[in-house]
Design a protein around this ligand. Structure first.
Ligand code: ADP
Ligand code: MG
Length: 729
């Protein structure tokens, strides 16, 4: 008998060589094989008679190969196959398909699937580029007849699962059907049932074994539509399992965090006054609400773990400063981390502008400081003199000793990546505070609060899975007085017009960004192109204006100098790479020209555009395109022209790219689901989250301690490793 954990090579017909091919698809165990779900189903229960086909319908046809051949037209080679059922015949065509030349032998049975069309000239019915599958080799006589029949019964007379091929086509859908069928036939009858009975009852979940069977071999009455959209009871069961156990892990982690000792910050009138005193403007309603949520957490005796989401320009910085004041007024220190030096510097400037008058002591600690100066600052921090420490992730990587660290703020978190966030949480939050260390001798009891601020507007469902262990606050309102940015998309042969427009804006006293796509700062050739662009603009097009250049490879001093000149208005045009993507704040800059906009991702374009439209004057974003644009690229640009709302854009982006790509890599920390799709299954995700919380609420009359522990054991086996979730029991 096979267990789900049995290595896949022990499935009859697999063996070590094929097991290696399967490993390339991530299939190592019988369980992995069974979770290799069909991406499509074909209704071969009712294959169509050729005579009854109608133009326009999708149909499965099973017939016999009559003849085939390649003929060449002036434009391209066309491969033609004729399939017959008795007297009736159907023609199939493939364009440019010379590889099909010797594939078909008359007399073979074949299943075809595709859209039926009427040939315009002959009025005959045909299928162009159908999916097809051989149902048995002609002259396959050597094989045992009964076995052959059984195999064929997997292909015809039922709803047939279609799998993605593997191993460069060596493992065909047909191969998978047989292997999976064999695995199911030999699967142990008592699969573990890790989901508590009351949950199963509430959701009407079918048993795991039945789910695995039906998802591959649907019952004859099953709706094809439900199958295709993964909405059958069998699919729902498998999907729910995945979501449920991820949520269980996150919920457990949350509870563990809340069980730790934190600092219960005092929040009285004097603290409120201190906050009020520094505010340079009236906070928006959203800022007020979010601060209340944060302050609420900070007042609790366990550590805060909160994610603050807000579109670019929504005013996260001031909220961070307010939280900092709460901690500082309580005699604690605050660490504020930014992903780049430029951004750390900028925070440092605004912190000084806003907080220094009130007497707060602020330091900037970045990697590029001289060693002596660094030591000095560290001493200042260790002795408790520095109250607000602003830095880059150097704060994270090198040991920085705080006298009394009370709050860690991580800004623009999408740049850190989720993995780094986990590392940070681990170090500063989960007991072993080795990145931000307290001196020996001081009580190790209290964990600092953590506030993560992100400008990536993550759709709520995604945030629930990605950050399920964090509490979520959303800044969903822009400060008043912003006029929406006007976005236009033009081809770069129009650049003279664009430069003319730039010139007018500069004459009106505004400043301009010209962004060049240097996606990776290590890419020598891209950087060269950006520098060339700068020379062209500064030396020729705008020879009479002050033009600066900013890219990631400049040394830190120079970067700071350029940035400061732009901030002060001493530069009118800033040619920059994506280093300005994150957080740079120059309200007088009202125009952004993005070169080769088609090379940027949607989220990145939105982040870039967020650098303008920060003041009262009308702002313009020009997306210039050069060269060929893919259809997807065009949709990205259209989305930018039509939308200003980051959440809307994030959702479109997610749709265009899918969750994996959306976060760049798998490493982004997105759990790698096998069957669930967090966009499609958003509703089920919410249900799973609720049920997970109910389970962890502890044993009661509905749910036994034994069931809970069984669920937790299952969760750890599946997710502990992948997701780095839970360490203690
Ligand atoms: P982000 O959320 O992108 O970090 P910032 O904190 O940089 O946004 O704020 C963007 C701009 O809006 C800054 O110039 C900031 O001073 C300004 N701002 C923030 N909140 C308000 C407000 N309530 N009223 C007016 N201006 C505000
Ligand atoms: Mg910011």
């Amino acid at each position: 008998m096979l267990e789900l954990s049995t290595p896949v090579q022990y499935v009859k017909g697999v063996g070590p060589r094929i097991a290696e091919v399967l490993a390339g698809k991530g299939i190592h165990t019988v369980g992995d094989l069974l979770y290799y779900l069909p991406f499509r189903y074909e209704d071969r229960l009712n294959p169509r008679g050729i005579a009854e086909l109608r133009p326009g319908e999708m149909a499965t046809v099973i017939g016999e190969v009559r003849n085939s051949g390649l003929f060449r037209t002036r434009r391209m080679p066309i491969f033609q196959l004729t399939v017959g059922q008795g007297r009736a015949r159907l023609r199939c065509l493939w364009f440019n398909a010379t590889y099909l030349k010797d594939k078909f032998v008359p007399g073979q049975m074949i299943a075809l699937y595709g859209k039926v069309e009427e040939d315009q000239r002959s009025r005959e019915l045909q299928i162009v580029q159908p999916q097809f599958e051989m149902l048995g080799e002609a002259g396959e006589g050597g094989e045992n007849g009964a076995e052959k029949k059984a195999a064929e019964s997997l292909e015809i007379g039922r709803i047939v699962p279609i799998y993605e091929s593997a191993g460069q086509g060596r493992l065909t859908p047909r191969w998978f059907r047989r292997a999976i069928r064999t695995a199911l036939d030999n699967l142990t009858p008592d699969l573990p049932e890790p989901v508590p009975a009351v949950v199963r009852g509430r959701l009407g979940l079918i048993p795991p074994r039945a789910a695995l069977w039906n998802v591959h071999w649907p019952e004859p009455g099953e709706s094809l539509l439900d199958l295709q959209s993964s909405r059958t009871p069998a699919h729902m069961r498998l999907i729910f399992d995945e979501l449920f156990f991820v949520e269980l892990g996150l919920e457990l982690k949350r509870r563990q965090q809340k069980a730790q000792t934190g600092i219960a910050f005092r929040l009285d009138e004097s603290v409120r006054q201190a906050i009020k005193k520094i505010l340079p403007f009236h906070p928006t309603a959203a800022q007020k609400r979010v601060l209340k949520e944060i302050a609420g957490d900070m007042g609790k005796p366990y550590p805060m773990r909160r994610l603050l989401q807000g579109d670019v320009g929504s005013g996260k910085t001031i909220v961070g400063f307010e939280a900092a004041i709460i901690a500082i007024e309580n005699g604690c220190q605050v660490a504020l981390m930014a992903p780049t030096e430029i951004l750390a510097q900028q925070h440092y400037f605004s912190a000084r502008r806003i907080l220094e008058n009130a007497g707060y002591r602020i330091v900037l600690l970045t990697g590029s400081l001289e060693a002596e100066r660094k030591r000095e600052i560290r001493r200042h921090i260790a002795q408790g003199g520095a109250q607000l420490v602003i830095g880059t992730h150097a704060l994270l990587e090198e040991k920085v000793e705080f006298a009394r660290l009370g709050l860690v703020i991580v800004d623009e978190q999408h740049r850190f990546g989720v993995m780094q966030r986990l590392k940070l949480m681990k170090k500063s939050g989960d007991g072993a505070a080795d990145a931000l260390v307290r001196p020996a001798g001081q009580s190790p009891a209290a964990e600092p609060d953590v506030l993560v601020m992100t400008a990536t507007p993550i759709p709520r469902t995604l945030a629930l899975t990605l950050y399920g262990d964090l509490d979520l606050s959303v800044l969903d309102e822009l400060p008043p007085g912003r006029t929406p940015i006007v976005t236009k998309c033009v081809s770069d042969d129009q650049s003279p017009k664009v430069w003319e427009f730039v010139r007018k804006q500069v004459a009106a006293g505004h400043q301009v960004y010209v962004v060049y796509p240097v996606i990776s700062e290590n890419e020598e050739s891209e950087l060269k192109a950006a520098i060339k662009m700068y020379r062209e603009l500064s030396g020729r097009v705008f020879a009479d204006l002050k033009v600066g250049l900013l890219h990631g490879r400049l040394d830190a001093d120079l970067k700071e100098q350029v940035m400061r000149m732009f901030q002060k208005g001493e530069l009118q045009i800033l040619v920059a790479t994506t280093v300005i993507e994150v957080g740079v704040d120059v309200p007088n800059a009202t125009v952004m020209v993005i070169e080769h906009a088609e090379r940027f991702g949607l989220a990145q374009l939105h982040q870039l555009r967020g650098r303008i439209g920060r003041g009262a004057a009308k702002s313009y974003c020009v997306l210039m395109t050069g060269g060929k644009i893919t259809e997807e690229g065009q949709r990205r640009l259209d989305a930018m022209v039509q939308n200003n709302d980051g959440f809307k854009i994030a959702e479109l982006d997610l749709e265009l790219r899918g969750p994996g790509e959306f976060f760049g890599t798998r490493q982004a920390g997105l759990p790698s689901f096998r069957v669930a799709n967090i966009i499609r299954d958003a509703q089920l995700l919410e249900v799973a989250k609720r049920e997970a919380a109910a389970v962890l609420a502890g044993p009661n009359s509905e749910i036994s301690a034994e069931e809970i522990s069984r669920a937790l054991v299952h969760m750890r086996a599946r997710w502990q490793h992948t997701y780095g979730l839970v360490e203690v029991g």
